[in-house]
Design a protein around this ligand. Structure first.
Ligand SMILES: C[S@@+](CC[C@H](N)C(=O)[O-])C[C@H]1O[C@@H](n2cnc3c(N)ncnc32)[C@H](O)[C@@H]1O
Length: 202
């Protein structure tokens, strides 16, 4: 599968870096915010499958979800990638860091999450969870809020990667302010692809 501009996929070099980080750190639980057609989730899963990692990825655009599921199935990675449908902030707000069970059993639900107003947790068995690696790549105006959720849900030492930090800099002032003002985060920005921030909670 090739990186496609039509689907806003991560640039090939940035994809290589994602794979390298996963190859060296072996994060068991990976959370992606912004699935599109599944390109980056598949890249990450190809490495994660070598050591039993799992990817959870969030997308709200139904047509892209269908395409992602198709691409993931074609790559033979359906067991490794769970696509959650819904608005990223809505879905993230349902994750609780206090749930300590295994992710796989809890994230069985691939159906559309029930609206919050219905009062029913969308993910049977609890709402997870903690993650070891995050890839932020959805609505640029919400990066600061995604970051807050990532920090809330991060296992110690978790890595947070964000794409488009140069191409969409004008929308990311609050994201960079949140990184700079948090003494517990170290981060760097790389001029790779559309710009990548790599952050780690100390
Ligand atoms: C840049 S693309 C993701 C590309 C993908 N990570 C890849 O490299 O293959 C961003 C995706 O985020 C989705 N998105 C944007 N805002 C969202 C939101 N608030 N909730 C869920 N998905 C969102 C878009 O529909 C789009 O498919």
């Amino acid at each position: 599968m090739e990186s496609s501009k039509e689907f806003w996929n991560v640039d090939k070099n940035a994809g290589n870096l994602l794979q390298a980080l996963i190859f060296t750190h072996h994060p068991k639980h990976i959370l992606e915010i912004g699935t599109s057609n599944g390109y980056s989730a598949i890249l990450m899963a190809k490495i994660a499958q070598q050591y039993g990692g799992h990817i959870t990825t969030i997308e709200y655009f139904e047509k892209r979800i269908a395409l992602a599921q198709e691409n993931i199935a074609q790559a033979g990675l359906s067991d490794l990638i769970t696509v959650l449908q819904g608005d990223a902030l809505e879905v993230l707000s349902r994750f609780s860091p206090s749930y300590e069970g295994e992710l796989e059993g809890v994230l069985e639900s691939k159906a559309t999450p029930t609206p919050a107003s219905a009062g029913t947790p969308p993910y049977p068995g609890g709402r997870n969870m903690r993650f070891d690696f995050f890839f932020i790549d959805a609505n640029k105006k919400q990066y600061a809020q995604y970051l807050e959720h990532c920090l809330r849900l991060a296992n110690p030492g978790a890595i947070i990667v964000a794409d488009n930090t140069i191409s969409h800099r004008n929308k990311l002032a609050d994201f960079f302010a949140a990184l700079e003002n948090n003494k517990n985060i170290q981060f760097l920005e790389l001029e790779i692809g559309a710009g990548l921030v790599i952050a780690q909670a100390k």
